[in-house]
Write a new protein. Sequence first.
Length: 331
Amino acid sequence: MDVVALTRRLVDIESVTGREGPAGQFLLQFLRDEGWDASPIPVDQQRLNVFARPKTASPAVVFCTHMDTVPPFFGSSEDADNVYGRGACDAKGIMAAQMTAAGRLRDQGAAVGLLFTVGEERDSIGAKTANQYAPGSRFLIDGEPTDNRLAIATKGVLNVRLRARGKMAHSAYPEEGESAIEKLVDALARLRAMELPSVPEIGACTMNIGTISGGRAPNVVADEAHADILYRMVTASDDLKQRIRQWVGSLVEVDFGADSPFMKLRTVDGVPSMVASFSTDIPHLRNWGEPLLLGPGSIHVAHTERESVPKKALHEAVELYCSVAQKLLQS
């Protein structure tokens, strides 16, 4: 199996989140043709996860990554050193490396499997569904672009929406109104001044104000405004939620959305490590075994107009996945 050619083949299948159906069908048939016992795990009417296992064994180690990508879609290309295209490193190059490694291990008699999910880039609905169908595996090697280093931890994610209420008035007479935008700006200033926790060797919790919206017109005192914030957490979310409410007080309403926990992960001796500041499907796949996080490519080019993965890194990932899985099976 040529891992570079397979990467390009996968990248050329559009699978932006919500439109993963064709990718799932391709994987299902491809894995069956490669001799796997491959089964669909339906997620909705159009989308499915794919789980593949050896025909003669139940997997103890499962390789996993996601088939969906962020928009916009653009197909593959390559030069002497890299494969380019949407999903090249996040995560179709990873998928190709995992399939190549798993096929080699299976042919050697190792008890390994493959799980490919939908929806990771949005709500992890594929992982949440797959968690109900765990086969009793001991380890899950999740794939994300970590530069072929094992993550010692992944930061958690907390989505927060602030909503301010006001009273409309003519802007020539602001004293007759109550500006929701001013309340929102004040609340955001308070949160920007709030000290966030930090953990040695892991790093600091970070905050990003992603969107702000509100108001009617420049000559109208705003009666509504809201902002969406994302925190990357290094501790549990309960304390952070409490402090957010305390710091904004009665200025705004606070609604908490997606809450994915900070997690420490298993490492393997001899493999370089890193901390993943991004989120993954791992918190939603707890039934699939003790998690590890490892994959070729850099997160810094994922989701960009020149997303790419080095060919050398793809080949190295195949060897690394084989080595890590063998050590886990022997443990």
